[in-house]
Design a protein. Structure first.
Length: 80
């Protein structure tokens, strides 16, 4: 049986579906009996989801609004 520390180390790989099948099975077996690690993985997946969304390009409408705001701000201060 893996320790909680070992599960934490393998958590990212496990959630991405990477890693050797036997290692994944050992993590899975640990998660079956350890509510702490289940909670840890749940929070980690949420954090990863948020990070991925933060790094993703914004929707086009948001970009247009942002550019319009930037141009408006520059237009006010520009001498040209
Ligand atoms: Zn655990």
């Amino acid at each position: 049986m893996l320790t909680c520390h070992q599960v934490a180390e393998e958590a990212t790989e496990y959630m991405e579906g990477a890693g050797a099948r036997t290692r994944r099975l050992r993590v899975w077996a640990h998660l079956r009996v350890c509510p702490n690690c289940r909670e840890y993985l749940r929070q980690l997946s949420r954090t990863i989801g948020l990070a991925r969304r933060a790094l993703a390009p914004p929707p086009a409408a948001e970009v247009e609004d942002e550019l319009a705001a930037i141009f408006a701000a520059h237009g006010k201060g520009a001498a040209e």
